[in-house]
Design a binder for this molecule. Structure first.
Ligand code: ZN
Length: 326
């Protein structure tokens, strides 16, 4: 069922965000709708009307959530808050701005955003009812504050360093959550209305009960859910990529060791000659020898760097240094 962001009669039923985790199948299911309709959906009633019902591998809710910098307060909340305060003739324009924004968020595919968009609009419609405008605006703020302000923090990146759970502990808000065991199912379902935080805490607690951890893949950077904290790569593809890279590094080192070894041998040979000359040769001969050695060393280092940077080949270097020792 599609939600429309327009003036409409408000329903008696509140819209809930429901989450059910299934350890056995490794899936998360998220539903958005009224309690009655969600229940019907869970019973597989074909007539159930919800705004969202999707099943994904466990962890997807957070893995797909990106910190996209959307300013919910400025673009969603404020126009409606202003509409509650302003003259009736100014309202349509403000409502339109918020409606366009909410409709866009509703299409985003992110369940957090879909739910928040619906709640924002539904909360506004409910707040429009009382005659006292100041009071209406105040109630609207209380109703929505817990949903909107922390929305950016729910990405998996943030979950990795536990900053969310820490933020929740420090928020000072009381967290309340309904845990729900729908009749005729073996499901455990939790629902959110004013804040996602209890649901996130619940999700986290379940993951740690089941020894699952969010990790960042050291090859592709993707966030994934791992069965142990020691896993560092997300897939076989990335493990293969890591192996290929390691082999490449090894080969490059082997080549470097080859010509580097030759360079060290040659310079050592020269130093031995110099040491001998210090005992036997005249100062003039020694000076000539010393200068030749410094010149060779300088040239060799330059050529070695050229091999390293790809400007010349290892073969060219080897040929050259072998010529020097003739
Ligand atoms: Zn990866």
């Amino acid at each position: 069922m599609e939600y429309h962001f327009k003036r409409q009669e408000i329903s008696g039923d509140r819209v809930l965000f429901a989450l059910s985790l299934d350890k056995k199948s490794g899936k998360e299911r998220i539903l958005i709708g009224s309690e009655t309709e969600i229940i019907k959906k869970l019973w597989n009633d074909p007539d159930a009307m919800v705004y969202y019902d999707e099943i994904h591998p466990i962890g997807t809710l957070f893995i797909n959530k990106r910190s996209d910098g959307t300013d919910w307060t400025d673009r969603g909340f404020m126009p409606l808050w202003n509409a509650l305060h302003s003259n009736r003739w100014k309202q349509p324009e403000l409502e339109q701005a918020a409606s366009d924004f909410c409709a866009k968020m509703y299409q985003s595919g992110d369940p957090f955003a879909i739910y928040t968009a619906i709640r924002l609009w539904d909360g506004y419609l409910r707040a429009r009812e009382p005659r006292d405008r100041e009071r209406a605006a105040e109630l609207f703020k209380i109703d929505l504050a817990g949903l909107i302000s922390p929305l950016e923090k729910y990405s998996a990146e943030n979950l990795l360093d536990r900053s969310i759970t820490d933020a929740i502990r420090q928020s000072g808000d009381e967290m309340k959550m309904d845990v729900w065991y729908p009749a005729r199912t073996d499901m455990e379902c939790v629902t959110a209305y004013r804040s996602f935080l209890p649901i996130i805490m619940y999700y986290h607690a379940r993951l740690s009960d089941w020894s699952l951890y969010f990790r960042s893949c050291k090859v592709c950077g993707r966030i994934f859910l791992a069965k142990s904290q020691k896993y560092t790569m997300c897939s076989d593809k990335c493990r293969q990529e890591m192996k290929t890279q390691a082999k490449r590094d090894f080969d490059a080192r082997a080549i470097e060791n080859g010509y580097d070894h030759l360079y060290k041998n040659e310079t050592q040979r020269w130093r031995n000659q110099l040491n001998k000359a210090k005992k036997n040769a005249s100062p003039d001969q020694l000076e000539v020898l010393e200068k030749s050695y410094q010149a060779l060393r300088k040239e060799a280092l330059k050529r070695k760097n050229h091999v390293k940077s790809g400007r010349s080949t290892e073969r060219e270097f080897t040929d050259w240094i072998l010529l020097q020792s003739l």
